[in-house]
Ligand binder design. Structure first.
Ligand code: AMP
Ligand code: MG
Length: 350
């Protein structure tokens, strides 16, 4: 299959022809990769079981890992979910359109292929203008997981989608780099107490501020409610290890480790905050500046692209500092821990 890469601008006039074409692809059961404010998504018709099957196939994703249904009008939530609790409308009022996914009881009309066999459905109303134009042009209901091939870092630019999906889908809509760079926060609203299943840009404090009590799923749960959380994710090809501790201890330990690899001529890389770059000045290996600890949005935005760059540079061993920043730290570190397969070293006294 030939994959067309086309540019869109978030302006309905300029994008009209492309959206007509993309909508036609979706209505006839094809797949299109699209930008959203979180990461690029791989979109198909949410009501077409064949489209969902194709999404699993194109991503190489296990079919028990459900897709998120994307809508472009609040009212459309009623077409995919039922028995919707008041909490969902409160969250929608504050955070939609935006990077928040809600788990609700599914309507019978939503195929099990889309929900991975579950009686619940994940719903999100993205704020990205191109995504909204596209959803509307496609009939209003799009199933879209992240566009990366299963296990790889999520796509934050169109070129990442080309790397992963060229030849497997009909179209990639290039809307430039995404804004946030981390997948949406997922909140389960099917139990009495709302529960965070995946951390994201909308953090726990923001949810509590709206809902009062909010639970969270244990990070090491063996049977997570979001099936996607049980898989190793976001993994670069090299062996990634996170080094935790006091900044000076971390830098000392990373420098030692890097020297050992250098001695064996193994390609090694370091992921450092901007503030700590000078601590690695003696490394002959690649030291990457992920951004300032004062600018956590930048760290989130850079993370997946950086992991892909390290693949391109064929890094065999990667050591990363930990980025426990106040607002997005949990979401960032959730991705980084998974990317590292939870390989962590504690430096210094502990
Ligand atoms: P992705 O868009 O690739 O991040 O994947 C969607 C995420 O949403 C995965 O982690 C899924 O397991 C999760 N998800 C989708 N639908 C549901 C659902 N009905 N219940 C729980 N988690 C879900
Ligand atoms: Mg994903």
């Amino acid at each position: 299959m030939k994959t067309r890469v086309v540019k869109a601008f978030g302006d309905p006039e300029q994008d009209r022809e492309i959206m007509e074409e993309a909508g036609e692809i979706i209505r006839s059961g094809g797949l299109v990769a699209i930008p959203t404010e979180t990461v690029y998504g791989l979109a198909g018709d949410a009501f077409n079981p064949d489209s969902s099957r194709k999404i699993y196939e194109a991503k190489g994703r296990p079919s028990d890992n459900p897709l998120i249904v994307h809508i472009a009008r609040l009212d459309d939530i009623n077409a995919v979910a039922e028995d919707i609790p008041e909490a969902a409308f409160k969250l929608a009022e504050r955070f939609w359109p935006g990077p928040l996914t809600m788990i609700l009881k599914k309507k019978e009309t939503v195929p099990y292929e889309t929900t991975g066999g579950l009686d619940t459905v994940a719903v999100r109303f993205p704020v990205n203008k191109i995504a909204q134009e596209f959803i509307t042009a496609s009939g209003g209901f799009i199933a879209a997981p992240s566009a990366n091939v299963s296990g790889r870092p999520s796509c934050t630019k169109a070129s990442h989608c080309v790397e992963d999906l060229d030849g497997r889908i009909e179209m990639i809509i290039d809307g430039g780099e995404v804004g946030i760079g981390l997948e949406s926060t997922i909140v389960d609203l099917t139990e009495e107490t709302p529960c965070i299943l995946r951390q994201g840009y909308i953090n726990e404090a923001m949810l509590k501020d709206t809902l009062g009590t909010v639970g969270r799923e244990a990070a090491d749960s063996e049977h997570p409610k979001a099936p996607g959380m049980k898989y190793r994710h976001y993994a670069p090809k090299g062996k990634l290890t996170i080094v935790k501790g006091k900044a000076s201890d971390v830098a000392r330990r990373i420098n030692e480790l890097v020297r050992e690899h250098e001695g064996r001529s193994e390609k090694t890389a370091v992921i450092s905050s901007h503030e700590h770059m000078s601590m690695y000045k003696d490394c002959r290996s690649l030291v990457c500046d992920i951004g300032s600890l004062q600018d956590e949005d930048m760290i989130a935005h850079r993370l997946f692209a950086l992991l892909r760059e390290l693949d391109d540079k064929e890094a065999e061993y990667i050591y990363s500092e930990s980025f426990d920043t106040p607002r997005l730290g949990e979401a960032i570190m959730d991705r980084l821990y998974r990317a590292a397969g939870h390989s962590i070293i504690y430096a210094g006294d502990h």
